[in-house]
Design a protein around this ligand. Sequence first.
Ligand code: TXA
Ligand code: MG
Length: 335
Amino acid sequence: METLLLDENQIDIAVELIKRGEVVGIPTETVYGLGADASNEKAVRKIFQAKGRPADNPLIVHLADFSDAEKYTSCIPPLACRLAEKFCPGALTIVLPKNERIPLVTSGGLDTVGIRIPSHPVMHEIIKLSGRPISAPSANISGYPSPTTANHVMRDMGGKISAVIDGGQSHFGVESTVVSIENGDTVRILRPGCVTAEMLSEVGGNVVIDKAVLSGLEKGEKASSPGMKYKHYSPSADIVIIESDFEKFTAYVGENYGKNVFALVFDGEEENFPYRCMTYGKNSEKQAHFIFQRLRELDDLHAEKVYVRAPSKEGVGLAVYNRLIRSAGFEVIRL
Ligand code: TXA
Ligand code: MG
């Protein structure tokens, strides 16, 4: 199949394709998504196939406005409404009990559905004009870093989907914060993102961070979010996170240096770093913006081993840390 590369003035073509049950790469404010009509089982199956995604990993459903959520869910707790009022449209996904309008294929067999109201104008227009709920996972091959440019999507999905819309570089660079509501008064963070725990606690209610955010699952342990159990965000290179100061990091890379070994350091540190390296921002917001792009660029350079300066776990940093430890298969060295 030839994959069309569309620009932002060609949304009508994308809308027609979606209505016909095809899959389109769509820009959002977090990362690019692989969008199709969430209510059309055949279309949704095409998403799973294009990504090579396990059938039990549910898709997020994107709507134009949170008031539409009642069409696809069976109950919306007041705390969910308060979250939506503050953070929708935006980078927040709220897991709610689904109704029969969302097929089990879309929800990966679960009786819940993650609802997100994207703020990106292109995704918003596509939902509005198609009149369909849009299921969209990140538009990468399953297990690979998420795409933050149309070019990334073309590389992963070219030949497998109908079209990609180029909407420039994704603003945030990491996927939405995924939360569920427990006992009506507790927000559980299943996947951290740019809507941080601190921000979520501003609407009242307790905020808890699921154990799987910072560590791997024990053997046989059930994941609250199926996506947490798979190896994820991994380039071909072997990623190793180093928690230490810059001096010890430099010494460690020196001792383990060789052909195709790279380091990923913070902006500004490259000037005093004597080995092959790339930078990925200084503050957490910048690191989120660049992390997936850098992981892909390291593959282009045929990196085999990459030592990464551990990001902070505060605020948006938690999202960066969560993605990195998964891309490293939980290999963290503390010096
Ligand atoms: O920012 C984003 O969320 C992007 C853009 C395209 O909207 N989408 C995205 O989708 O990241 P995906 O499929 O790559 O990641 C969704 C994550 C997965 O880890 C999945 O397991 C979890 O959310 N998830 C989805 N529905 C869920 C549900 N009903 N219960 C628990 N976890 C769910
Ligand atoms: Mg994904």
